[in-house]
Design a protein around this ligand. Sequence first.
Ligand code: CA
Ligand code: CA
Length: 576
Amino acid sequence: VAKGKTVPVGLDLSSQDPLHQIDFSSFKKEGEGFVLKAGGKESFPFDIKRDLYHGLSKDAMRYFYLNRAGVALDEGLAGVWAHGPWYASDEAVRPFSGADYFGKVWPKRDYVINAGKGWFDAGDYGKYVVNGGISVWTLLNLYERNPTQFPDGSLKIPEAGNKVPDVLDEARWEMDFMLGMQVPEGQEQAGMAHHKLHEPVWSPMPFKPSERVNDRFVYTPSTAATLNLAASAAQMARLVKPFDADYAARCLQAAERSWKAAKENPEFKYGTIPGTGGGNYDDFYLEDEYYWAASELFIPTGKDEYKGEITKALEIDRIVNASSGANGPMYWGNVATLAHLSLMLNPDMLESDAAGKAALAKVKALVMKGADRYLGQIKDEGYLMPMFEYEWGSSSAVLNKLILMAYAFDETGDGKYLDALTASIDYLLGRNALCKSFVAGYGENPVHYPHHRFWADDEEGGFPPPPAGALSGGPNEKANDEATAFMVLKMARSKRYADDIRSYSTNEVCINWNAPLAWVSSYLDEKNNPGSGIKPAGKGSSPFGGAGPIAGLAIAIVVIAGAVAGFVSRERKRKK
Ligand code: CA
Ligand code: CA
């Protein structure tokens, strides 16, 4: 259907691949089974379609239902991923006390916590307030930016049909867990949130909780967890209010209690928290968490106390630089950008006086600065996406950068941001140095053996394969597990990855990685798919004029030395 010439790019540093690019964006017809031929090699067949991201966005959201804790997953909804009510016992769980693994003695706490519900965090069955915060924020932000995404009845969840948008129902499952983690009134550190909940030693891999009763604990309260609860509960309060005023009031009350407790207890920052059966999510710098919580609390309350915190935080260098860091604008330990984006969606709140207007202008400028920096990074990467350093969970670093580009496109309507976003998601779906789609069930060569205790793909043992839409962490230049550690000396940094269940450092899944996949894929669905029923949002809402040409996969990368790299935007049955 078209002919052209490749453009030499030269050596791509991250992969050590000599590359050419093929730009076929002038070809604008929809269709299936296109093949690209160059230098005697042939690509996988691929599609050009408007609705490429529709199924992906729903599957990325479904990840959360399939990781719900404390409830039986119904076969009608969960299919082969159905199971019993794992860890329903979290509804009454004791705080850890006594001597820990390192000999530190933690004081006795004489109460029981209701930490039921929540999502299992990652490949393990632990639940962590800090990582829950950014994950809930990402889903709620998706909803707040465009409430027509994931309306009631759009997802396969038990709450479909309850007249509440399904994305709010899903986020509430985690919110309920986080609310339960708050220290009750009358107890020491009342109002603070316990940091995490998990079993005292790592459970085996793979492992189904029904096989064994584990003794799980909640671990010490922390200032970081408390601020995550304050921010998330305040954000939930303002969004859920039209649907459930009582729950909104409960969330706002918990958020203000948390804020007060975090101001009174600023020093509870931990490195190693007892219990070897879970991660730590340790964070020693909390100014960004205070700024985030203050912003989310300011929006529903309008209180001067919170506004003062916002303007004060915007004078701190580390906050100012947070949204344009080389490795990404946000992660669970760097949450300043979450505050920026929430404030951008609620501009009226700051526009009432000159100081507020100045703060809003600054926030917008910081977001645009980040988006422009990441746009620049794409030009330096042979595989056309914004990443040069490959850290743990590198897939999510790309996605969080794309969220900033989406805001930049919404703000300016400048197509360069949307083009960059589209090119970058192609990296995750297979146009990369490994010719691998990091999303299960999507692309011609998708991830199949993620580090997850249940999705181990062993039919005899009762372990299902990974569900479509689960995102792998991706290449990690400091790969350090038994399946990949040898790669650090032998392979280029963007190739340090193994589709191997043992590889927690390159192939784990996680709630805070799938949340931005849901965000970005639903954004692309909104922009490309007029038939989706989603109403466009933002200034740059109709780049393709409704019935005009479509975005598809426009630029291909050819590895001259090897096979033609993948073109992977097509859903297909998983290969064994
Ligand atoms: Ca619903
Ligand atoms: Ca922090």
